[in-house]
Design a protein around this ligand. Structure first.
Ligand SMILES: [Zn+2]
Length: 307
């Protein structure tokens, strides 16, 4: 069955790129509502933006959604990953500014908040997208693929950075049984010191600091306290991928492979599969399949203690 959050919960913080403070509140929503953002600071005109693949505006550093009136919200991926990873299918997310607060750079604060409220089961069956044939997108930087899976959602991710502090990292995970909460949710955004100055010069990362991003320089991790996991970077890329895939609007049954992929590539992948009706089918899940979705089997005590 579909779910929503039991009662509302709020988060406050600054936007990673804008540096602006924002307050975000996740509210319950009815079945078949999906996830929508509402810009409560915009009082005139259409302030509702669907958290959906076809509302994504391609942007290199974060996932930004925009409605037809031009109202946008940036950096939606970490709160979207938290909802998907906790099995919340319907929510209204109110926000009083253009960017989701970055908090600690991971999804863990959102996960902790969502799990503190719990999920309410709604009287409507859950529909999911089952991948039937492989779909792939390539760019000059890497590639991403969705292929038929084994009943739930699984992922392979490969990254390769010159900086030795990140280097080559590979990870494979099946996202069943609360894996997202245990293995991925506390991994933070990362960047290279060399890129920080460039981003700032372009008016980006204005809210970034050593507390909400892992900053590396060559073989050194500059952020105090170091890494939360030796392979925190690839874990964060998988977290981002789950958030970006959740913009399909329904959970996906399949296997995702990301090879030096990022937000834009995952969105291009969704655009590709939605343009190929023979590559997927929408089905109502039975109990057996529902138990293998990323939000099933989540245990609140398993949120990593570090976060
Ligand atoms: Zn991210």
């Amino acid at each position: 069955m579909q779910t929503t959050i039991r009662t509302a919960i709020s988060f406050e913080g600054i936007g990673l790129h804008s540096g602006k403070p924002a307050r975000l509140t996740i509210r319950p929503a009815s079945a078949n509502h999906g996830v929508w953002f509402k810009r409560v600071d915009i009082l005139l005109g259409d302030n509702m933006v669907p958290a959906r693949w076809d509302a994504v505006e391609l942007s290199p550093l974060c996932t930004r959604i925009k409605n037809r009136a031009g109202v946008e919200i940036s950096t939606v991926e970490h709160v979207m990953a938290a909802l998907a990873g906790c099995g919340v299918h319907n929510a209204l997310i109110e926000i009083d500014g253009p960017e989701v607060p970055i908090l600690d750079g991971s999804s863990a604060p959102f996960v902790r908040g969502i799990l503190s409220r719990g999920a309410r089961v709604l009287p409507m069956p859950l529909r999911v997208m089952e991948v039937l044939t492989p779909v792939e997108v390539h760019t000059a930087h890497g590639w991403a693929r969705l292929s038929p899976g084994q009943g739930g959602l699984s992922m392979d991710f490969h990254i390769d950075f010159d900086d030795a502090a990140i280097g080559v990292q590979d990870k494979t995970l099946n996202l069943a049984n609360g894996t997202f909460v245990r293995e991925l949710c506390d991994s933070r955004t990362f960047c290279r010191q060399a890129d920080v100055d460039t981003m700032r010069a372009n008016g980006l990362a204005l809210g970034g600091n050593m507390e909400n991003a892992v900053v590396v320089d060559g073989d050194r991790v500059l952020s105090p306290g170091g890494l939360r996991h030796a392979d925190e970077a690839v874990r964060h890329k998988m977290l981002d991928a789950l958030g970006d895939l959740s913009l399909a609007g329904v959970p996906i049954l399949g296997h995702y492979t990301g090879h030096k992929a990022g937000h834009s590539m995952t969105n291009m992948l969704l655009r590709e599969i939605f343009s190929m009706p023979e590559a997927f089918r929408m089905i109502e899940v039975d109990g057996h399949t529902a138990a293998r979705l990323p939000g099933a089997g989540v245990v609140r005590d398993e949120i990593p203690a570090v976060a």
